[in-house]
Design a protein around this ligand. Structure first.
Ligand code: MN
Length: 357
């Protein structure tokens, strides 16, 4: 069990507090100040690792090293950025990193219509209303999200990228899904062998939300596409991050079945566990982690992972903002600590009732 943590002064949560969450042994980090596409310098990576270790925690997971748009677009300039990505992977391997989470979403990362919607108990959550997001243009989505980010960086929503967004969206209108998959394979064929040699397992994060927006290509949205993705480059180092909040937004996705298949195939190095509550098929609020608080059957998901022999990293994903905490949206300490311990409780119960042979 790990938690996400943003080093170099970009987190409201001191690393020493994370150490006090029972059962949490490490953190997933990113260097959010390095421009997308540039190399993560070895000394920076080692410096963060040493700080994490000094707090009694491990830094075996990195989330995320974001991918330069030229790679996703398949431009002739992509090779320089792929070389940088390979160098970063080697540096992470030298620092003892074992798992690298990333995504291949075009133009924009995850999207929400509000980052602090108030629930009846006065907690606030990230929320998504499909009609609101579609009524905006992408730059308006970006401005809304950055405006609600409480001064923290939003991974995947770097302000300097907003001016180029409209042109990027326009670019993708003529890119077919097939071409986009080819660009992804080109990237995997270049980086997965480097990851193998570096002792790192790549773990792509699903698209969030997992449906079409602004005419952009979508890739990691359901089990069928996940199978197609894994077949692009057949290696244990080419794996998936199972994010139950992202894939669960599409209620047709059978999360326990997806987890069971990926864990049994040993292609699941990383799991994000969170819950969401639908208002309609395309509108939802994020919720507390407990099964009764949302639509995901958290017990069934944990049991499926356990039964299939899952032995990767788990982290509680976004939490609600509670108890007056002021933190990056989704990444307060309190509700994620509650979530981590709920998940650990489920795991202990499942493991005791059905011991692994
Ligand atoms: Mn996630």
């Amino acid at each position: 069990m790990i938690m996400r943590w943003f080093p170099q002064g970009d987190d409201s949560v001191p690393i020493e507090y994370i150490r006090q969450v029972p059962g949490v042994c490490g953190v997933a980090v990113m260097l959010s100040k390095i421009p997308v596409g540039e190399v993560w310098p070895l000394e920076d990576v080692l410096g963060v690792r040493d700080k994490v270790r000094a707090a009694g925690l491990e830094m075996e997971v990195v989330e995320s090293v974001n991918i330069h748009e030229d790679i996703k677009k398949g431009l002739s300039t992509r090779d320089r950025y792929i070389e940088n990505y390979q160098t970063t992977i080697r540096h992470l391997g030298r620092a003892g990193v074992k798992c690298l989470c990333y995504n291949f979403m075009p133009v924009m990362d995850w999207a929400r219509s509000a980052l602090a919607r108030k629930l009846p108990d006065d907690s606030t959550v990230l929320s998504y209303r499909d009609a609101e997001v579609r009524a905006w243009n992408p730059a308006e989505v970006a401005r809304s999200m950055i405006g609600e980010s409480r001064g923290f960086s939003l991974p995947g929503w770097e302000p300097e990228r907003i001016p180029a967004m409209a042109a990027d969206i326009e670019f993708y209108q003529s890119v077919t899904q097939d071409e986009y998959w080819k660009n992804m394979k080109y990237f995997l064929d270049a980086v997965v062998p480097v990851a193998e040699k570096s002792g790192i397992r790549m773990a792509i994060h699903p698209d969030d939300p997992p449906w079409e927006l602004f005419g952009l290509p979508k890739v990691i949205t359901n089990l069928e596409n996940i199978r197609k993705f894994l077949a692009l480059h057949d290696s244990k180092a080419n794996g998936i991050t199972l994010c139950t909040g992202s894939l669960g937004a599409e209620q047709k996705n059978d999360l326990p079945a997806i987890g069971r298949e990926l864990a049994a195939a040993d292609r699941l190095p990383f799991v994000h566990l969170r819950n969401i509550k639908h208002l309609t098929a395309r509108d939802f609020d994020e919720s507390a982690h407990l099964t009764p608080c949302g639509d995901n059957d958290m017990f069934a998901i944990v049991k499926a992972l356990y039964d299939a022999g899952f032995d990767g990293y788990i982290r509680p994903d976004h939490g609600r903002m509670i108890w007056g905490e002021n933190a990056r949206p989704g990444y307060g300490l309190y509700d994620r600590a509650l979530g981590a311990n709920y998940i650990l409780g489920l795991w202990e119960a499942v493991a005791r009732i059905t011991p692994r042979s």
